[in-house]
Every structure is written in structure tokens, then in C-alpha cells.
Ligand binder design. Structure first.
Ligand code: CMP
Length: 146
């Protein structure tokens, strides 16, 4: 079935490799259903990664994710969640280089933390993330102008 996943081109990769990553996404047959470039606030990054709150890398992760603009997207395709995870490759770029040298993380990740891209692990997370980032625009704009 056609499904949706949620994707982020993280700040360093967005600055250095946005065009080539966007091209790889389109060449791989994803339709981009939602897209915007935003600089995540600390609060938003912490909210998005709340499941990692207890991890030793949490603060570094939140700093990294709010250091500059990210490209955030809803991607649709048959089997989008798994297909996007395959295109990204494993979280750890060393493993990515061994097992999937053509993956985005093999090519663009700098470390397990600065791993270039994010993708939802399942459709439930995908829907939650798309709602978090694309269905709260009015509230955010209200906050920004308040
Ligand atoms: P992502 O797929 O966005 O999901 C959680 C993020 O936490 C992950 O990519 C990495 O950026 C980061 N991360 C996961 N595991 C580690 C780790 N062991 N050390 C540092 N950062 C990590």
C-alpha cells in the first residue's frame, strides 16, 4: 500500500548536501507530500526526540538538531517507511559504509550522532511527526508574533 513516512535532512547535511539528497529522494520514487525548511528550536527538537530523553547523547542531539535549518518532509510511496530507511542506511555510518555503501548515511553522515538524515521507524511515528511539524503551523505563528 502507498504509505507516508517522515524525513529530516539534518542541519549539517542540509547546509552541505541538500540538493544531492533531494535528487536522490526524487530519483528513488518518493512523492514529497509536505516540505519545509525550518530551524528547529531547542524545545521542538527536545519534544521530537522525547523518547531519547534518558540517553547520554540527548543534549548533544538537541544541540545538533537546532544548530541551523533542517529540511523536513512527508514522503509517500509504496512501503515508504522501509524504503526510506533503506535509502538512509543504518544509524551508524561505519556500519552503513560496510553494509550499504550507496546509502545516504554511508555517503553523508559524519558520526553516529551527526548522521545526516532521520526517518520514522513505523507508520504510527510517521503520522505523529507529520502532525507535530505540519499541523501546528498556526499555533507556532501565533507564538512567533505574540
Ligand atoms: P535518528 O534516526 O534521527 O534518531 C535518533 C538520533 O539519535 C539518531 O538519528 C542519531 O542522530 C542519534 N543517536 C542514536 N544513537 C546514538 C549514539 N549511540 N550516539 C550518539 N547519537 C546517537
Amino acid at each position: 500500500p502507498v504509505e507516508q513516512t517522515f524525513a529530516i535532512i539534518k542541519p549539517d547535511a542540509c547546509k552541505e548536501h541538500k540538493d544531492v539528497i533531494m535528487r536522490r529522494i526524487k530519483e528513488s520514487g518518493f512523492a514529497i507530500s509536505d516540505m519545509k525548511e525550518i530551524n528547529l528550536t531547542h524545545e521542538k527538537a527536545a519534544q521530537f526526540y522525547k523518547n531519547h530523553e534518558e540517553k547520554p547523547y540527548f543534549n548533544e542531539l538537541v544541540d545538533y538538531m537546532s544548530e541551523g535549518p533542517s529540511m523536513i518532509m512527508g514522503l509517500s510511496k509504496i512501503n515508504a517507511v522501509e524504503e526510506w530507511r533503506n535509502l538512509m542506511g543504518p544509524t551508524d555510518p561505519e556500519l552503513a559504509q560496510q553494509t550499504s555503501p550507496n546509502s545516504l548515511r554511508a555517503q553523508f553522515a559524519k558520526s553516529i550522532l551527526k548522521n545526516a538524515v532521520h526517518g520514522s521507524s513505523n507508520t504510527k511515528h510517521a503520522i505523529e511527526s507529520i502532525e507535530l511539524f505540519f499541523k501546528e503551523i498556526t499555533a507556532e505563528e501565533d507564538e512567533a508574533t505574540a
